[in-house]
Design a protein around this ligand. Sequence first.
Ligand code: SF4
Length: 305
Amino acid sequence: MFSVLTSCNLCPRNCNVNRFEGGTGYCRSDAEYTIASICIHHGEEPVIGGRHGICNIFFPHCNLQCIYCQNSQISRNNSDYPTAKTSLKAIVDKVIRLLGKGCESVGFVSPTHYIPHVHAIIDALHQKGHHPVIVYNTNGYDKVTLLQTLEEKINLYLPDFKYINAKTAWQYSGARNYPEAVKRSIKEMYRQKGNSLILSDTGLALNGLIIRHLVLPGMVNESKNILRWIAEELSPFVHISLMSQYNPPDGLRLPSHLLRKITKKEYDSIVKEMEILGFQNGWIQEPESAGFYNPDFAKDHPFSF
Ligand code: SF4
């Protein structure tokens, strides 16, 4: 599968660059195994990772460049964050060590620009007799054809649905075609998984689809339109994770309207819309969650505070 990197079209940017000859595409990622962090994370939704947490693999850079990204330390394509060139064996050995601490799930975070590597890591884990729950935790800027290659390997899809308006997607993430791409991607994930979310006896998510939506300040209508699209085009029975945790990250240049947290009035209005649309499954983060989730990747444990 690595041959696709000779003319990379892994995501809707369609850069057509040869990643074996350097990181010259939008995501500035070459063909090597490069990792920003592998760590245990206790996810925002209680079913992700369960009691022992999920072993998350963070790749550096991203095919979206959200101006407010809470992971900007590692996600900026011009970042000088010290990422390490590594090997498949080193990654798999570390993942297996963390699985040995009780983790039952392995998550790939913002994996779209590293899909061949994702395939190889999963295959290597299977070859070594490890079959954790595999979570594909994506910004949603994916391609249907690539998601189809993952159908037999991904247990749980965890996509964002960030924007439904092309102008917003351009202003905040530099991707005017994000809304059309994310709709196609989530429809494909829904085709693969449907409404179901299968849980273990201990409440660990084993298989299914959870759509995340982070509410941004001043964006009530955007959020409501996204929820309406999901209810009408997929189903009100799909699992939704509504997130209130937006907290303007330090050190980023943001427009003035993104320099605040969301208000209770904004959030309540969106929660009310979820009820009207008939959503029944998922999680609604507490409004006071803002600020609890900004990680520091310079630490051994980026999500500990
Ligand atoms: S994965 Fe990177 S190089 Fe490939 S098409 Fe997307 S942004 Fe371009």
